[in-house]
Ligand binder design. Structure first.
Ligand SMILES: Nc1ncnc2c1ncn2[C@@H]1O[C@H](COP(=O)(O)OP(=O)(O)O)[C@@H](O)[C@H]1O
Ligand SMILES: [Mg+2]
Length: 357
């Protein structure tokens, strides 16, 4: 065998199917969520008999399979019946009633949405949905700017189950009382996976993604450990991909422990929480907060401007609010003292967890 015998050719890859490591990939089997899926299924069951379903409120920390478990149920409905319309809407992307109704129209192939206002769009939605039953999933519902669309649907769509998904259990409390009193949802909590469950889920994804023999059981075990510590399966998926990329960069045919460790060391604050949540300016501000923990908001704004930060103070404040809402930072408002009221910004715990590896 020549010197290149153990090396990966320039046009070769270790990945059989890299898409399997995407965060929104829906694998064939979703282990460890049967119980939760059955609870949801029980709530939508009346729809099969042309009776109104029950509503569901799903909550749990990020990366514990909430979205994927519910998407799987929608897929099954799509495959088994024409009588129930499955709809999935991410309220991070569709955060107003107007956008939600436009999206429902789009998903149902209704094309004449131009020049229609929210009320007119809802009239269309009513016509499209009402002859049948529907399961409407609103993922990341805490990101919606307003929830009027829930009220309209609760009032005027007759046969439906509404499923709301969020990382924050308090979300339901923040709905206005018209919505709350009509929703009365069954509450389902998704708890974090155990280390063994994490490992099995990641092993399965690694098998979909890599050619046989590329990544060892030990490598997946190490990645599972890191992923479990943070409690988010996405960390594991990120590390699986990075470890493979590192091996490919060495033109190696196998992922070695060093590739995994390098990937873990690159797990910076962003790969952990952000994913696509933050825009460029928000990342800049977050970085600044990481570099200056426990800084007053006014001081932080000056630092931000010094680094070429864009926008007025109000915009900056809104970005700080968003960082807080997404739990990147803690905002402490301190009353009293020589300066009256001060607001101190601190980065969140996540960093500490990382240093525990
Ligand atoms: N039980 C599971 N089986 C297979 N993949 C899973 C499972 N739980 C989570 N995942 C994967 O982990 C990632 C995060 O899951 P997701 O459903 O997006 O989490 P959440 O919505 O709770 O934040 C997704 O890529 C998903 O496919
Ligand atoms: Mg989700």
């Amino acid at each position: 065998m020549g010197v290149f015998g153990n090396m990966l050719g320039a046009d070769e890859t270790l990945f059989k199917n890299a898409i399997a490591l995407d965060y929104d990939y829906v694998p064939k089997i979703i282990p460890f969520r049967e119980k939760e899926q059955k609870q949801v299924a029980a709530c939508i069951k009346p729809l099969f008999m042309k009776r109104n379903g029950r509503n569901v409120f799903v909550h749990g920390p990020p990366g514990v399979g909430k979205s994927v478990a519910i998407k799987k149920i929608l897929d099954e409905i799509d495959e088994t019946t024409d009588e129930i319309i499955p709809l999935y809407i991410n309220c991070w992307k569709k955060n107003t009633s107007f956008k939600v109704f436009s999206e429902i129209c789009r998903q149902l192939d209704y094309k004449f949405i131009h020049n229609k206002n929210t009320d007119e769009l809802f009239d269309v939605v009513k016509r499209l949905l009402n002859p049948k039953a529907s399961m409407l999933v609103f993922d990341e519902i805490d990101r919606a700017e307003e929830t009027d669309f829930l009220y309209y649907i609760l009032e005027e769509i007759f046969l439906k189950s509404i499923v709301l998904i969020t990382n924050y259990k308090e979300t339901v409390v923040s709905f206005d009382s018209r919505v709350k009193s009509r929703l009365l949802p069954e509450i389902i909590e998704f708890k974090p996976y155990s280390i063994a469950e994490t490992k099995e889920i990641l092993t399965q994804r690694a098998e979909y993604a890599y050619f046989q023999g590329v990544i060892s059981e030990q490598a997946v075990a190490r990645i599972s450990e890191a992923s479990h510590k943070i409690g988010d399966i996405r960390i594991g998926l990120f590390l699986l991909r990075e470890a493979g990329n590192n091996a490919e960069a060495r033109s190696a045919k196998k992922v070695e422990p060093g590739d995994v460790e390098l990937a873990i060391s690159k797990l910076d604050k962003f790969s952990i929480k952000s994913f696509d949540v933050l825009d460029e300016e928000e990342r800049k501000i977050y970085e600044l907060i990481m570099d200056n923990p426990e800084t007053k908001i006014g001081e932080l704004f000056r630092l931000y401007q010094g680094k070429g930060g864009k926008g007025v103070y109000k915009t900056f404040q809104r970005k700080i609010d968003k960082l807080e809402k997404n739990r990147f930072i803690t905002v402490d408002k301190i009353e009293g003292g020589a300066e009256g009221r001060t607001t101190i910004i601190k980065p969140n715990e996540i960093d500490k967890k990382l240093t525990e590896f």
